[in-house]
Ligand binder design. Structure first.
Ligand code: GLC
Length: 555
């Protein structure tokens, strides 16, 4: 049966919750989360009010990059459980009306994958090596890498192998860690194998895929040097915050290994596979492309369904910036029939509260930004712990595991701070594990755990529960396939630093991004506010600093 975009496509307006399984819930006391742990917390997710979960990789992996180094994409890593657990999880989620999206990592395989091991044992030029990017080095003895590209995680993007005869030999490309060998997508075997993986998980009932590094599969000019390889690799990392924006943009304008034309035929082929299954299966691309207008190319009618919009992932709590980002996004996606998406944080970026300055002030801004985001048309992605208002944890260097930390020799701390396990209740390891959590959990998280927040009516968790409920029930916050998203919000006049928009019928949002309280005249009743002090008197709302409110209007 062919599924096309219909008014009922569940993903157009969905709230999708990212589960990073290693840090969600441990069920066997080994200090790492697992699939049975996720199953045991599905009721929590149902009650939160999300439509779907996206599971970061749980496939067989030596875990050099948090499971994004896959050694068998059609098997479950024993650290997470087994295939039966994965099947049970899909079924248990479906029985609660939750959809399941899984990750697929097509840019690279772990060097522990059977194919890479075969390549090491084979000769230069062999079919086994042709699945990856193996080249001879430059210099008299081939001792210089084939080009000067840097890994996005730091250091060279090439590693040299020892040939079967014991001598140093060819080099292979790895845009990420040296244990993540880039695959050669000009090779039909690679294409066939990934199509097999898609079908494998579709047959198991998953509702969609999050496509890792979706813009990276096709490479061009693979032997040409880059003018600033070090700058380029830092410009590409979301956790690097100290690079001037104009420098970043100039470097990102043309990346020889990202966003090449060749990726689109791959997704056109994948789309045919998704459409050949019943049940409205979907795909969302992690494709950080520049300028962002190019992102719409991934969601043309015969390609993927959604692409992450990372504008809010780097946004400050600043009215002008946010309004521009919203207008740009809505304008861009209205040219293709895809809905917009909004992402505030993920496992690769600082947590929202930390990004907005941390502490009570950061938390307040984060709640205000969440309500702004959730009132926009399209899909939203919530990273586990975002609903709790967690901050990045301060970790001692000896606890760090991210390859970014090691490959930059500690110059960049990496992403572990945002990956600390979730606090569920007070007590040992906050209920995450009966063992020692794989990353230390900050003691000062007391009170931020789920159980404590459930007891506190004004907690971040309760705010998310209420907002997600209103988001699915208020008629103005729905979206059908016929809606022109560029027309879906109407900006109303407002003073500098205040954002006000209307969505029909009867919904108005006011975000006060300033340090002072503001007033706004409108007839209506307060539906929800990100902080408790909003007041309403005879047609005037008074909104304190750094607060968003949702209003049900009379007209
Ligand atoms: C994606 C993942 C990130 C991983 C990288 C390499 O960006 O989100 O966690 O390190 O790909 O697979």
């Amino acid at each position: 049966m062919t599924i096309s975009r219909t008014a009922t496509s569940w993903w157009r307006n969905a709230a999708i919750y990212q589960v990073y399984p290693r840090s969600f819930q441990d069920s066997n006391g080994d200090g790492e989360g697992d699939l049975q742990g996720v199953i045991s917390r599905l009721d929590y997710l149902k009650e939160l009010g999300v439509d779907a979960i996206w599971l970061s990789p749980f496939y067989r992996s030596p875990n050099k990059d948090g499971g994004y180094d896959v050694s068998d994409p059609r098997d479950v890593d024993p650290r997470f459980g087994n295939m039966k657990d994965a099947e049970d999880l899909i079924e248990a989620a479906h029985s609660r009306g939750l959809r399941v999206i899984v990750d697929i990592v097509p840019n690279h395989f772990s060097t522990e994958h059977r194919w890479f091991k075969e390549a090491l044992k084979s000769k230069p030029g062999s079919a086994e090596r042709a699945r990856f990017h193996f080249y001879d080095g430059r210099g008299e003895k081939g001792e210089i890498p084939p080009n000067n590209w840097n890994s996005i995680f730091g250091g060279s993007a090439w590693s040299r192998i020892i040939e079967e005869n014991g001598n140093p030999g060819q080099w292979y490309l790895h845009l990420f860690d040296s244990t993540q060998a880039d695959l050669n997508w000009n090779n039909d075997e690679v294409r066939d194998d990934f199509e097999k993986t898609l079908r494998f998980w579709l047959d198991k009932g998953v509702d969609g895929f999050r496509i890792d590094v979706a813009h990276g599969l096709a490479k061009e000019e693979i032997l040409a040097d880059h003018r600033n390889p070090e700058g380029l690799s830092r410009a590409l990392r979301l956790d690097v915050r100290d690079m001037p924006q104009d420098e970043r943009e100039s470097l990102l304008a043309d990346v020889p290994f990202f966003d090449r034309e060749g990726v689109h035929e791959i997704y056109r082929a994948w789309r045919k596979i998704f459409d050949s299954y019943s049940g409205d299966r979907m795909s969302v691309a992690e494709a950080w492309v520049h300028p962002s207008s190019r992102a719409t190319r991934y969601v043309r009618g015969d390609e993927l369904h959604q692409i992450f919009n990372f504008d809010f992932l780097i946004a400050e709590w600043n009215a002008e910036f946010l309004k521009n980002a919203i207008d740009k996004t809505l304008g861009e996606v209205s040219e293709v029939s895809a809905p917009p998406t909004w992402v505030l944080c993920n496992h690769d970026s600082p947590r929202l509260v930390s990004r907005l300055g941390g502490g009570e002030r950061g938390a307040r801004k984060a709640r205000a930004m969440a309500l702004l985001t959730q009132a926009l048309p399209g899909g939203i992605y919530i990273y586990q712990g975002e609903e709790l208002g967690l901050e990045d944890a301060d970790l001692p260097d000896e606890a760090r595991q991210d390859p970014v930390f090691f490959r930059t020799h500690g110059a960049d701390k990496g992403r572990d701070g945002a990956r600390v396990p979730l606090p569920w209740q007070e007590g040992k390891s906050f209920g995450f594990s009966t063992g020692k959590p794989w990353l230390p959990m900050p003691e000062h998280w007391i009170g931020l755990d789920v159980a404590s927040q459930e007891e506190t009516s004004e907690s971040s968790l309760n705010l998310y529960r209420t907002s997600l409920r209103i988001r699915t029930s208020h008629p103005a916050l729905q979206m059908s396939h016929t809606d022109d998203v560029s027309q879906s919000i109407e900006w109303l006049d407002s003073p500098t630093g205040i954002l006000v928009f209307r969505r029909n019928p009867n919904f108005v949002l006011i975000s006060n991004t300033t340090d002072q309280s503001c007033t706004y005249d409108i007839e209506g009743e307060l539906l929800l506010a990100s902080s408790p002090e909003v007041t309403y008197l005879r047609g005037t709302f008074t909104i304190p600093a750094h607060t968003t409110c949702w209003i049900n209007t009379i007209h």
